[in-house]
Design a protein around this ligand. Structure first.
Ligand SMILES: NC(=O)c1ccc[n+]([C@@H]2O[C@H](COP(=O)([O-])OP(=O)(O)OC[C@H]3O[C@@H](n4cnc5c(N)ncnc54)[C@H](O)[C@@H]3O)[C@@H](O)[C@H]2O)c1
Length: 305
């Protein structure tokens, strides 16, 4: 195809896809059935992971729950069974350890079957300035928040590719799209998670594995304890989200094969401005939206617990 024809085709298709996405803003997309799917959720012992487990289980999926927190896992499993779920499988797995991920993944394949929806949700944060962040904790953040994604994808993606059926879900953060002070470890890991997920998304397209879907989730602050103490300057624009609401939005995004989910909706506006405006104007906005001071009152989970 020559340059003129190809350019014309790209412009026409881009306009079509733009129109399609505008239509889907008002007309709800069809939701796929996840009943019978095997859904693995890391960090299922609390917060968003717990609600995701309960929601997928209530939709008839088999849920495989991973965490390092045994008590948390037990509680999630109890709640799921209380809601009528029968296919709930719990495994203690430290996702930051490559060999442990591969070992437990093999166990899951033998005992439960091939995972068809993988949700990388486990996460950790230091919440200190770069200079005050202990090296070992920086390494831990990167191991849990991004390296674990490599190991879990390597363990479960081959079966999805073989059947051309599956879904890879990455719980990143708005901190994976915008740098925030006192979050250098966390932002680095979440930017990496966004880039990793996007890269695998295009890899699947390039290989023709269009049945393997991907969803990247970038929420702002959620009331789970991980960012305890942090306050939003304009709660009407950027409210602290409830984990159950976030989990509901994620499950809907997965069922609608939505590639990227930002929460709340105002984040789409902020992100557009970030990419359009000059750096000095962005710095002004970062201050205006209170992002510069969001970590000032951070306590986090470790100190609280
Ligand atoms: N809380 C927020 O404000 C917020 C905002 C944006 C994104 N997120 C992301 O959402 C995800 C869920 O966070 P949450 O708010 O529910 O936090 P949470 O602390 O309630 O849950 C995280 C879970 O991950 C588990 N975990 C930690 N290290 C692990 C490891 N090495 N191996 C296995 N499990 C491990 C913890 O035990 C815990 O159960 C995280 O990826 C987080 O970064 C959270």
């Amino acid at each position: 195809m020559n340059f003129f024809l190809e350019t014309l085709k790209v412009i026409a298709l881009s306009l079509y896809y733009l129109l399609e996405s505008l239509v889907f803003l008002v007309v709800p997309r069809r939701k796929k059935n996840v009943s019978g799917e095997i859904v693995l959720i890391t960090g299922a012992g609390s917060g968003v992971g717990r609600f995701l487990s309960l929601k997928f289980a209530s939709l008839g999926a088999t849920v495989v729950l991973w965490d390092i927190n045994q008590e948390g896992l037990k509680e999630t499993s109890r709640l799921a069974r209380e809601n009528g779920a029968v296919r709930v499988h719990c495994y203690i797995c430290d996702c930051s350890k490559r060999q442990e991920v591969y070992r437990v993944a093999d166990q899951v394949k033998k005992e439960v079957g091939d995972v068809s929806i993988l949700v990388n949700n486990a996460g950790t944060v230091i919440g200190k300035r770069l200079i005050d962040s202990p090296d070992s904790l920086v390494e831990k953040t990167l191991e849990v928040n991004i390296m674990a994604h490599f190991w879990t994808y390597k363990a479960f993606l081959p079966a999805m590719m073989a059947s051309n059926h599956g879904h890879l879900v990455s719980i990143a953060s708005l901190a994976g799209l915008m740098g925030i002070n006192c979050l250098s470890d966390y932002c680095a890991s979440k930017f990496a998670a966004v880039g990793f997920a996007e890269s695998v998304h295009f890899e699947m397209r390039h290989l023709g594995k269009t049945g393997v879907k991907t969803t990247v989730v970038c929420p702002c602050i959620i009331n789970t304890g991980m960012f305890d103490g942090c306050r939003s300057k304009w709660p009407n624009l950027f409210p602290s989200l409830e984990p159950e609401y976030v989990a509901e939005k994620i499950v809907t995004a997965v069922r609608q094969d939505q590639e990227i989910l930002l929460l709340p909706r105002s984040a789409y506006f902020l992100l557009t401005l970030k990419h359009l405006l000059p750096v000095k104007a962005v710095a002004l906005l970062v201050d205006y939206f209170g992002i510069l001071h969001v970590m000032d009152s951070f306590k986090g989970r470790a100190k609280k617990d």
